[in-house]
Design a protein around this ligand. Structure first.
Ligand code: PBE
Length: 270
C-alpha cells in the first residue's frame, strides 16, 4: 500500500457537493492553505451525486476523497470511512449548529421566539431521523413528525413556558440538506402544535444568512458555526440575533475510505 500514489489515483480531485455549500467554500480555503493540495480541483456535483460516486468507489475498493460531515447517514451506510487529519484546522473543531433570529422577531412573536430559542437536541437525535428516512425511503417530513410524537419528554422542554400561538405564520429559512430538513421539520411540527403556521424555505446558506439579516425570514436553525458558514455569518453578524447552539458536536472535513493508507491532508501531494 505504501507505494500507491493516492493523489495521482484520484487525479488530484476532491469530490465535493453543491457549490453554495459552506463545506465547498471551506474546501477551496483548504486547497489554498495546504501546500499538499496546491493545484488540486474541487468538483461540485450534487450531494446525491457525491454519495453515488462514493458508493461506487467503495464497492470497487478504489481511492476517493470526498467532503463529508456529521450528522449524516453516510457514516452508518459506509462505516469504513475516516476523516483526514486537518493539522491547520481549516475545517475547525467543535462545530455546532446554531439558531439565529431576525431583529424584532422576539418583540413581534414572543411565544414563537421562546420556543425557537428553547429548541435543542443532540447529534444522535438528528441522525436517528436521517437514518430512518434513508433506510425506509420515507420523506424526512413524515419521519420528523413521527420523531416529535415519540419524543414527548424532549419536546416538552422546548415548549416549557410557551403560551399558545396566535395563528401567525413563522418563516423559517433552511438549507436543502437532510440534516436541516430534519431540524426544520421537527421545529415546524412543534410550532404548529402550539398554534402557529410555519413556512420552511430551503435555500443556499448565503441566502439563509441574508434573509435573517434583512428580515425576510424570522429564524433559522441551520447555521453551522463557527467554521462551516463563517464567511456568511461574518457579513451579517451585526444584523442578526444569535440564539446559540441547537446541536453541539457537528463536524466537517475531507473523508476517505479506511482502506486508503493515509491519515492526514498533509499526506497528499501537489
Ligand atoms: N452541510 C450540511 C452544509 C450545511 C449542512 C455541511 C453540507 C454546508 O453548508 O456545507
Amino acid at each position: 500500500n505504501e507505494d500507491i500514489n493516492y493523489s495521482e489515483e484520484v487525479d488530484r480531485t476532491i469530490i465535493g457537493i453543491e457549490p453554495g455549500a459552506g463545506i465547498s467554500v471551506t474546501t477551496e480555503t483548504a486547497i489554498e492553505e495546504y501546500d499538499s493540495l496546491s493545484g488540486w480541483t474541487l468538483e461540485t456535483p450534487s450531494t446525491a451525486a457525491m454519495i453515488t460516486e462514493l458508493e461506487e468507489a467503495i464497492n470497487a475498493e478504489e481511492p476517493i476523497i470526498v467532503t463529508g460531515w456529521n450528522p449524516h447517514w453516510m457514516f452508518a451506510q459506509f462505516p469504513d470511512m475516516k476523516y483526514l487529519e486537518d493539522p491547520k484546522g481549516v475545517y475547525g473543531e467543535a462545530e455546532n449548529i446554531q439558531t439565529l433570529a431576525r431583529q424584532g422577531f422576539e418583540e413581534d412573536h414572543p411565544e414563537a421566539y421562546k420556543l425557537v430559542d428553547q429548541f435543542n437536541w443532540t447529534v444522535e437525535d438528528m441522525e436517528q431521523i436521517m437514518y430512518d428516512a434513508n433506510e425506509s425511503d420515507e420523506d424526512i417530513a413524515d419521519v420528523s413528525a413521527q420523531w416529535v410524537e415519540d419524543n414527548e419528554d424532549k419536546v416538552s422542554e422546548w415548549t416549557d413556558g410557551v403560551g399558545e400561538g396566535d395563528g401567525s405564520t413563522i418563516e423559517l429559512a433552511s438549507t436543502p440538506w437532510d440534516s436541516e430538513r430534519a431540524s426544520s421539520n421537527v421545529l415546524a411540527t412543534v410550532l404548529e402544535q402550539n398554534g402557529f403556521e410555519v413556512e420552511v424555505t430551503p435555500v443556499d446558506p448565503s441566502i439563509v444568512f441574508e434573509s435573517i439579516a434583512n428580515g425576510d425570514a424570522d429564524a433559522t436553525v441551520a447555521a453551522w458555526l463557527p467554521f462551516t458558514h463563517a464567511d456568511f455569518y461574518e457579513s451579517v453578524k451585526d444584523d442578526v440575533v444569535d440564539l446559540g447552539p441547537n446541536l453541539e458536536g457537528a463536524k466537517i472535513g475531507l473523508v476517505v475510505p479506511s482502506y486508503m493508507d493515509i491519515e492526514s491532508i498533509e499526506d497528499l501531494e501537489a
